[in-house]
Design a protein around this ligand. Structure first.
Ligand SMILES: N[C@@H](CCC(=O)N[C@@H](CS)C(=O)NCC(=O)O)C(=O)O
Length: 202
């Protein structure tokens, strides 16, 4: 299997974490910059986004939620609560990423895009409303469910990009729960700093 990714994408990180947690072996990493629409990425994903998973027979899957579901298919969520928690984590990653992208890719001297204030407001509200029930604690030997991994990835992306918001609005009990995820091997091996080395295999 090949995973097309870049080193700071929270969407791609979720896939790496799923692969490590769910014991998916031999994933080759193909590093690309999706913003420049490289031909090797466009050839397999017309949207030019990462992550993209290419199976050994050449078949392709893009969109992180779909890939994550595919890789963790034997633990498919069974209850409505699981789906609700999946939606929460997914939307938090999407909103955080939109916030960061709008701020980063605004032309110099342009007035701030109105969505920047809106996304910040949303992130604050979501962080404030989280409780430790949203992010349960798992011992190192137990594989967390996809919804928990995704929410932890979303929160750790906020720690990386918008630490002041996390500091100010994430309840202390959830910060504590997040720290258990940060200590997991799958999280420690996939920080932006470690991925920055761009090794060829997971
Ligand atoms: N909904 C997509 C979002 C993927 C996404 O936006 N990835 C970013 C990198 S973090 C990207 O490839 N951006 C390039 C672009 O949008 O042109 C998913 O979950 O896979």
């Amino acid at each position: 299997m090949k995973l097309y990714l870049n080193d700071t994408s929270p969407f791609a990180r979720l896939i790496l974490i799923c692969a490590l947690e769910y014991n998916i072996k031999e994933m080759e990493l193909i590093w690309v910059d999706p913003w420049t629409m490289p031909t090797n990425l466009l050839a397999i994903n017309p949207f030019s986004t990462v992550p993209v998973l290419q199976l050994d027979n050449g078949d392709v899957l893009y969109e992180s939620s779909i890939i994550a579901n595919y890789l963790t298919v034997n633990s498919t969520p069974a209850t409505l609560l699981d789906y609700q928690r999946l939606a929460l984590g997914k939307m938090l990653i999407e909103t955080a990423f939109r916030h960061v992208s709008l701020a980063r890719y605004s032309p110099e001297n342009a007035t701030l895009h109105p969505f920047i204030a809106r996304t910040e407001q949303v992130i604050k509200q979501v962080l404030q409303a989280l409780s430790e029930r949203d992010l349960p604690k798992f011992s190192a030997e137990v594989t967390p469910d996809l919804a928990s991994l995704q929410l932890a990835v979303a929160l750790d992306y906020l720690v990386f990009r918008l630490p002041n918001l996390v500091e100010a609005y994430l309840p202390i009990t959830v910060k504590e729960q997040l720290s258990y995820f940060q200590l997991r091997r799958s999280f420690a091996l996939t920080t932006p700093a470690i991925l920055g080395v761009k090794s060829r295999y997971l």
